[in-house]
Design a protein around this ligand. Structure first.
Ligand SMILES: [Zn+2]
Ligand SMILES: [Zn+2]
Length: 1016
């Protein structure tokens, strides 16, 4: 007979079936069909946060990609029209640092010698290659996107949109050039902004120096200062004391803060304020910059008394607070090191040394001069560059900033309109916005968006807002402008409107988060008058994408995004930058809902690092666990907790998924044998259903409802939980109790199980698109060709009462099993009766319980066959009763109490609540008792010859059926049994044995000690 369903192997080969499904999707254009099906439906706008195109797909990135895909698939099943545009982040230091390594370049000078044009070409190559690899990885993961119409942030169009934004910022008066101390990476040669600093602190040991500075007007006396950055000493201009603290002079003339040295004797004690104005000899007055400074003591309330000497060395060119103090006290600012962190020429013997190299020499010189009091090491948290891990320094630099204070209230207001999942992310964003300093947008680098700022010597500043405006204002160079990028853009000076002179662009490029933040405008065609086919594929993006530049009406339709999703750190990065830019441009948040999630570690909770050997490449994960299992691992994760990802959890998931696989396999095998032919047009079973069938139908509706709620709440963890529970119910309840009905053609059973499995595949298909597709194509021969084209199941209210009844019955069964386990009786030993108290059972359900627990009779009524033991719950009752506790305890022990309603008890004149006592029920002699949640069951454990004989019959049935399997008989094969003479008494139950073993005849024979079977 031809089989309708394809039999399944014992376990699925995930990677192989996934490759097959990918090919089939491709051949049948399933995704295109889905988009066609939903065209004209309601819109659901999702905007993809761009992934930096400098790598292959990692398992970290695959997490976010999975979540994005899951919700897009869910919304597609519900009929929503979507954009599916993928994005790549293509500029900035990540890319540059990679290319520098590849080319063996170690400084900005070497990049310039190499040539900016070639350097730009190399950077673009990285993006081209990486975007191909990322695309391949994401496709393998099962992510459905409009591949080929991706946005690339290095497109001229994207850059022009940022120019437009900056022009608005300038017009509002928020753009300014700041001269300030900033964290600086000497290797990258650029400043580090606030959002780049978070999380970049590491433990480091730095030199700890105590240095004596002789006082000019008090011979023989000196100040002692403490520093952990020796390289800043040549830039010292002042020493700060706390004016309110007490200072003391040691016997040797050294001044320090008295509270720092409580055990020392001092010759003289003065208030800090009395030290102010004292002049001293600088540590390096033998170098020209130091020699030119008059060093003096200044007051500073912030001088702490918990470390150092209480006298703080001030170098305004190398510290943020120092720089502020310089403004306040009109101190000179010495900037000792250049952009590469090397000493300037006028620092004599230090010239050309890095800050690290200089430390050694400085310590040596201090020693020679006899002013080094003590040198050691100091362990502290110190920031390093997040890209190259070079320790950061402070430097005075001119950077471009966007002032934040005017915008802050609007930013907070916009954030409050966003629905964050998990909810505490809203607070995190709020905290970030409240503490936000001005946005440092300039980087002294090469491969980034060119800041369109043209400051003229006459004082007039121009900010160019578009390429067209640039062409209008250009003096020359437009013809060679291949891309809006260095070096080409540097060759296009403009004419100053004010004085007519030629003005050069500043050399700085922009912070990459401008690139990503503009996306809700640049990709949706904000303020663009006419739709331009492939209008986004400009500049460096030409040839990489076919993305259009839509018109403003399109933007109106798709902005703001209904949903965005990224990991936690994006609070201060992409979530923030797009919120900021959107508030500037249109005064509101660019997304309505956002899903964030925590961090990923390896399966033992350690960070994954290439050098630790615990990094998992996505390619390896695809090959070894499969994409569905990866996706499952991501989806079962509560977003509020860190994910511990690995092969161990993957094996667990595979085992777990076998329950679904085996349930489908069971239906397929028995369906093939019995000739079951399902019909998609009459999906829901009807007609002559048994109570258990009706229950599964309702249970299935409940699954659909629960999963819908979970998807709507964007909580995949709840989807997975609901699905897991459901599959357990199907397998360990429905199939187990109904197994026999599948050995002959019981149509309601087949249709009910088919319905339940088909609906469950639809519900879980967004999470596990491959396995569900594979099973769908097998199980649903006459329905939609793909589960992803089958739309979302109809939402129907489940019959809660029925579900409740079955839940109660299952609770009774579980308690019965527990009681049986306590009694030590074998599961195959039939028993006389079970008494149930605290739950009602219909006759049908009582019969079910009887079968499940192998008892002859189930009675509902009071369980008197128990001994009730009540003890005081001491932590609660002790404080309440005080010295009355003793007598109450004695009375409880003696059983001298009355049981009241609701778990309360009366002891003498005290009434005790359920939380004040610990209740234990044990069976009296001959009874096994179990109790939970107000339901108690008691199992009569008395045996008699009849029950004992039945147990032997059950043992025999079990033995025969095992032999059937061992001998490889088909489920439907009939057999003959030959029993040893000693077992002849079992023939009292001959019919029962025949029925359970498909035996046509049972003989007895004295010749063998064991039963024998043969195919009939
Ligand atoms: Zn760096
Ligand atoms: Zn001018």
């Amino acid at each position: 007979m031809e089989q309708l369903f394809t039999p399944l192997p014992p376990v699925p080969d995930h990677p192989r079936l996934e490759e097959e499904i990918l090919q089939w999707w491709e051949d049948e254009q399933i995704f295109q069909q889905l988009r066609e099906q939903n065209r004209g439906g309601p819109e659901w706008s999702f905007i993809d946060g761009p992934v930096t195109a400098n790598k292959t797909l990692g398992v970290h990135t695959a997490w976010g990609r999975t979540l994005k895909d899951v919700f897009q698939r869910y919304k597609a099943l519900r009929g929503f029209d979507q954009r599916y545009q993928n994005g790549f982040d293509c500029q900035g230091l990540w890319i540059e640092v990679g290319v520098e390594r590849q080319l063996g370049l170690n400084s900005k000078r070497e990049i310039e010698e190499y040539g900016l044009e070639q350097f730009a070409a190399k950077c673009r190559d990285v993006v081209v290659k990486s975007s191909e690899q990322l695309t391949r990885g994401c496709k393998r993961l099962g992510q459905w996107m409009d591949w080929g119409n991706d946005y690339y942030t290095f497109s001229d169009t994207n850059i022009e949109y940022i120019w437009k934004f900056l022009k608005v910022v300038d017009e509002k008066g928020w753009l300014y050039l700041g001269h300030r101390a900033t964290e600086w990476c000497p290797r990258c040669g650029t400043s580090i902004s606030q959002h780049e600093l978070t999380g970049s602190y590491v433990d480091r040991a730095d030199p700890s120096l105590f240095v004596r500075l002789p006082l000019l007007d008090r011979p023989g006396e000196s100040l002692v200062i403490w520093t952990t950055t020796p390289w800043t000493l040549p830039a010292n201009v002042a020493a700060a004391v706390n004016p309110k603290a007490e200072y003391g002079r040691r016997l040797n003339g050294e001044w320090v803060a008295a509270p720092r040295y409580p055990d020392e004797d001092f010759d003289e004690r003065l208030q800090g304020s009395e030290l102010v104005g004292w002049r001293y000899e600088g540590p390096f007055d033998d170098l020209p910059p130091g020699a030119a400074v008059e060093h003096r003591v200044i007051p500073w309330d912030e001088v702490a008394m918990d470390e150092g000497t209480g006298i703080v060395h001030i170098a305004p060119g190398s510290g943020a607070e120092d720089f502020e103090l310089a403004r306040l006290h009109d101190l000179p600012v010495l900037t000792p090191v250049d952009e590469a962190g090397r000493f300037y020429n006028d620092y004599g013997w230090l010239h050309g040394l890095s800050t690290v190299e200089a430390a050694e020499q400085i310590i040596g010189r201090l020693e020679e001069k006899g002013i080094l009091v003590e040198a050691g090491l100091y362990e502290h948290r110190y920031p390093e560059c997040w890209r190259c891990h070079t320790p950061l320094i402070f430097r005075i630099a001119d950077d471009w900033f966007i002032a934040v204070d005017d915008l802050r209230p609007q930013l907070l207001e916009a954030n409050a309109t966003v629905e964050w999942v998990p909810a505490y992310f809203e607070k995190r964003m709020e905290d970030w916005l409240r503490n936000l300093g001005d946005w440092n947008i300039s980087r002294r680098r090469y491969y980034g968006l060119p800041l369109p700022i043209y400051p003229c010597t006459c004082g007039h500043r121009t900010v160019i807002g578009s390429k067209a405006e640039l062409a209008e204002r250009a003096v020359e160079g437009m013809e060679q402008l291949e891309e809006l990028r260095r070096p080409w853009i540097d060759r296009v000076p403009i004419r100053c409107e004010s004085c007519g002179e030629t003005v050069e662009r500043i050399l700085e490029v922009g912070d990459v988060w401008l690139d990503a933040g503009i996306v809700p405008f640049s990709t949706l065609g904000w303020e663009n008058p006419t739709w331009i086919p492939e209008g986004y594929a400009t500049g460096a993006a030409r040839g990489l994408t076919h993305a259009d530049l839509p018109d403003h009406a399109y933007w109106e339709k798709w902005f703001p995004a209904d949903w965005v999703s990224e990991m936690r750190e994006q609070i201060r990065l992409w979530f923030y930058s797009q919120l900021f830019m959107s508030v500037v441009l249109v005064g509101k948040a660019p997304f309505k809902r956002a899903l964030g999630y925590e961090k990923m570690f390896d399966e033992n909770g350690r960070e994954m690092h290439g050098s630790w050997g615990n990094m998992i490449e996505a390619e390896d994960a695809f090959a070894q666990m499969g994409a569905d299992v990866m996706r499952w691992q991501y989806c079962q994760q509560p977003p509020t907790q860190d994910l511990w990802f690995g092969y161990g959890p993957a094996r667990e998931i595979k085992r777990n998924l076998l329950t679904l696989w085996n349930s489908v396999s069971f239906l397929i095998d028995s369906g093939n044998i019995e000739g079951f032919s399902p019909s998609w047009s009459t999906l829901e079973p009807s007609g002559d259903l048994r109570p258990l069938d009706r229950w599964l139908v309702e249970r299935t509706k409940q699954l659909v409802t629960e999963a819908t709620d979970a998807y709507e709440a964007t909580l995949t963890v709840d989807v997975v939980r609901a699905f897991d529970d459901f599959v357990d119910d199907v397998s360990n309840w429905y199939i187990r109790l109904s197994r026999r009905r599948f050995y002959s053609y019981d149509e309601p059973a087949f249709r009910t199980l088919w319905y339940a499995l088909v609906q469950s595949l639809r519900v879980i298909s967004p999470v596990m698109p491959f396995l569900t597709e594979h099973l769908w194509r097998n199980l649903v021969p006459d329905g939609p060709s793909s589960v992803h084209l089958a739309e979302w199941p109809k939402l129907e209210e489940p019959d809660v009462e029925l579900l409740q009844e079955i839940a109660t019955m299952r609770r009774v069964v579980n308690l019965g099993r527990k009681a049986r386990a306590q009694s030590g009786l074998r599961a195959r030993q039939p028993l006389r009766r079970l008494i149930v108290e605290g739950a009602s059972l219909s006759d049908e359900h009582a019969a079910q319980v009887r079968d499940e627990l192998r008892v002859k009779k189930v009675e509902v009524g009071p369980v008197e066959a128990t001994e009730l033991r009540v003890k005081p719950n001491l932590p609660v009752l002790g404080p309440k009763l005080g010295k009355e506790l003793g007598p109450v305890r004695t009375a409880l022990e003696a059983g001298d109490f009355d049981e009241l309603d609701g778990g309360r008890f009366r002891v003498g004149e005290h009434e005790l609540g359920p939380d004040e006592v610990l209740v234990e029920r044990t069976g009296k002699e001959g009874w096994a008792v179990a109790s939970a949640d107000g339901v108690t069951v008691a199992l009569d454990t008395a045996l008699d010859p009849e029950l004992e004989l039945e147990a032997l019959v059950l043992d025999l049935i079990h033995q025969i059926n095992s032999m059937r399997r061992e001998q490889g008989l088909e489920l439907t094969d009939r057999i003959r049994i030959t029993l040893p003479a000693a077992q002849s008494e079992l023939l009292q139950h001959e019919d029962w044995i025949k029925q359970e073993t498909l035996a046509v005849e049972i003989l007895t024979d004295g010749s063998s000690a064991e039963p024998q079977i043969a195919k009939a």
